[in-house]
Write a protein that binds this ligand. Structure first.
Ligand SMILES: Nc1nc2c(ncn2[C@@H]2O[C@H](COP(=O)(O)OP(=O)(O)OP(=O)(O)O)[C@@H](O)[C@H]2O)c(=O)[nH]1
Ligand SMILES: [Mg+2]
Length: 237
């Protein structure tokens, strides 16, 4: 496997999941890990430090302070990664919804794309244990985003991605304003607008079994507005 690949793992209250995800990522020889914790009240940050000590040198932990947020965390992770030597920079959730076993496929596809997406909505992709309303919401979100932004991507809201360093370097990270799903949409739109080639590889997304979701209605509302903002037009305009 590419020895210059780094995986960014944002965490907030994932103490039960983190050791399992870390084991899964570390099972792939060449990979390094950057855990970005937002001062999780459940002590995930301490667990991350212990894991970093166990896997000497392959894991770094970024303890964020200040405003918490998934988008802010991944942005800080990207900035840290670009300051290092990684040629490929992956991002994935730490709640076991994204299977570390899919990382080699993502990384392999990155040979021919600037950003590769682990996709639920290409042949071979699947979702396990999501209630009907979550499936409908996610499908609707993707149709909505595609219709407004004209992005030719089946899963615009997947947070399982692999970026080439050169693609991330093209994006002015300081200008990315949104959080949650909006952050994912905005990053993808900016990348495509700057000429990045997108590939999708099928993944099986599994609903989290441990810990609590941080998905809020504010995050969903923001996602409704973001496609209009990124294309630079008011809704309906
Ligand atoms: N550093 C950091 N990580 C976060 C924050 N919010 C969520 N995360 C992490 O981001 C990943 C995705 O969060 P989830 O709570 O699973 O949100 P989701 O996947 O959109 O929602 P579900 O589908 O319900 O799981 C997980 O690894 C979380 O621990 C945050 O504010 N800061
Ligand atoms: Mg999740």
């Amino acid at each position: 496997m590419n020895s210059e690949a780094l995986v960014i793992l944002p965490t907030y209250n994932e103490r039960a999941n983190l050791p399992l995800v870390v084991d899964g990522v570390m099972a792939h020889g060449g990979l390094r890990l950057l855990i970005v914790d937002d001062q999780s009240p459940d002590g995930t940050g301490d667990i991350a430090d212990r894991l970093a000590a166990t896997f000497g040198g392959r894991i770094e932990v970024l303890h964020r302070t200040g405003k918490r947020g998934l988008g802010l965390s991944i942005r800080d992770g990207f900035a840290r990664a670009l300051g290092g030597r990684a040629e490929l920079i992956c991002q994935m959730d730490a709640d076991l919804s994204h299977d570390p076993a899919s990382l080699p496929a993502l990384i392999a596809a990155a040979a021919h794309a600037d950003v590769t997406i682990g996709s639920r909505y290409v042949p071979g992709g699947a979702i396990v244990n999501w209630p009907y309303r979550r499936r409908v919401l996610s499908r609707f979100a993707n149709m909505y985003v595609r219709a407004i932004t004209r992005l030719d991507v089946h899963d615009c809201t997947s947070g399982f991605r692999c970026w080439r360093r050169s693609a991330l370097e093209r994006i002015p990270l300081g200008e990315v304003r949104s959080d949650g799903y909006s952050f994912l949409i905005e990053m993808l739109f900016m990348a495509v607008r700057r000429g990045c080639r997108v590939a999708e590889v099928p993944i099986t997304f599994v609903e989290r079994r441990l810990g609590a979701s941080k998905l809020s209605s504010a995050v969903l509302m923001e996602s409704l507005m973001t496609p209009w903002r990124v294309i630079g037009k008011p809704p309906g305009g």
